[in-house]
Design a protein around this ligand. Structure first.
Ligand SMILES: [Mg+2]
Length: 395
């Protein structure tokens, strides 16, 4: 699928006056199999779920690496008690990231005690895959915690460097580096990982064609400095002013719930810092694109993935009764902890989304928040799943 990048631009053009900126089954099928069709039809009404669930991760099922809100028990209810196979289609819809979907699925499986496949993990940076055609062999820089370059490499970007490694090619680019004792180790590790790629690089003459903020920046001062260098110079730090290369953020969350009692500053806060500084030192305002929730296409994509997952639960039944028109879900539940991200997004996406807000993360209030009210407010994710299963059994 393709994404409508045009609607995602956030750079304010008012701040930059100088910027112009079904397939039906063949009737033959029914004539050959009239009896089996009617059997499948009645079978499907009891077997094919008419609903699916999207879980946010941070502040809903996990706090850092600790399960919260009865999440392991809640998820187990979506599997068959005896066989352990998946009954209810669900995905994780998170703005977080920094690791490949396959690795994240493995981590989640271990932490939550259920078998989660990579296709069930939709991260903030997952849509970056859609940009591979444009940048496949171009030099791009990947920023953030975890393994940002490995993520991009798995998506198909063949000429990607983490900002750690990229910065290491430029002597003195970070005047504070000598005070950051952790850097040497990090770069040494990443250099080993990308030794082959790095050895054929000529980063001092090759322009960076795009920068991707894959996950939360670990070293704001260095990353803001190096990004400003790249973006102001047209992709060659230390050189003259040039046209700003495209800049992509995996999401724009201002804050998120981690282990500390109050919320932590997220990628949206980093974006504000970078944008504020860039706009003070450059004549054109920063131009960028943000992905992630609450953008409507994220929910549309989750619906597509849930539909594929539902069909894989009982492929034959699905094909007969539900041509590929995206219409078979009566309800899709978004369970999140952040009103301005999860709830706003589900509300904007409209039918068939139903929003459930938990009190285990960013939102801790008693009353439904007035700015982005959810369809339902509960204490925990387990309460949310119990509500869904009760409602779906009786409807
Ligand atoms: Mg959250």
């Amino acid at each position: 699928m393709s994404f409508g990048f045009g609607i995602l631009r956030r750079a304010s053009h008012s701040q930059r006056p100088n910027s112009n900126k079904k397939q039906s089954l063949p009737s033959l099928f029914f004539s050959i199999f009239p009896r089996s069709f009617s059997q499948l039809h009645s079978q499907s009404q009891t077997q094919l779920p008419s609903f699916g669930i999207a879980f946010d991760i941070d502040g809903v099922v996990l706090r850092d690496h600790t399960p919260i809100g009865g999440s392991p028990q809640a998820l187990r209810k979506l599997y068959d008690h005896n066989s352990g196979t998946l009954k209810i289609p669900y995905v994780f819809l998170t703005n977080g990231g920094g690791f490949r979907e396959s690795k994240r699925a493995m981590q989640l499986s271990e932490l939550l005690g259920v078998n989660i496949s990579p296709s069930q993990v939709l991260q903030g940076h997952s849509p970056f895959k859609q940009l591979v055609n444009r940048y496949e062999n171009e030099l791009v820089v990947a920023v953030g915690k975890g393994e940002p370059a490995a993520v991009m490499f798995e998506y198909g970007f063949k000429n990607v460097l983490s900002i750690d490694e990229y910065a290491s090619y430029f002597d003195d680019i970070d005047p504070l580096a000598q005070y950051k004792e952790w850097i040497t180790k990090t770069v040494a590790n990443q250099s080993r990982t990308f030794k082959e790629i790095g050895s054929r690089k000529s980063v001092h003459s090759e322009r960076v064609q795009a920068a991707f903020i894959v996950s939360d920046s670990v070293d704001w001062s260095r990353d803001i400095q190096v990004l400003c260098d790249i973006l102001r110079s047209g992709g060659l730090p230390g050189k003259e002013i040039g046209h700003q290369p495209p800049l992509y953020f995996a999401h724009d969350d201002l804050k998120y719930q981690a282990t500390f009692p109050s919320e932590r500053l997220g990628m949206g806060a980093f974006r504000i810092a970078l944008e504020s500084i860039f706009n003070r030192i450059h004549f054109n305002a920063l131009d960028y694109t943000s992905f992630g929730k609450p953008n409507a296409f994220v929910f549309k994509n989750a619906e597509t993935v849930l539909k594929q997952l539902a069909s894989s639960l009982d492929h034959e039944v699905h094909v007969v009764n539900h041509p590929d028109d995206g219409s078979h879900f009566k309800t899709l539940y978004m369970i999140g902890d952040n009103p301005s991200v999860d709830i706003k997004g589900a509300r904007q996406a409209g039918h068939p989304w139903f929003s459930i807000l938990t009190r285990t993360g960013v939102f801790k209030g008693k009353e439904n928040p007035s700015d982005f009210p959810a369809d339902l407010v509960v204490d925990t994710v387990e309460e949310a799943v119990d509500y869904i299963l009760r409602k779906e059994r009786t409807s």
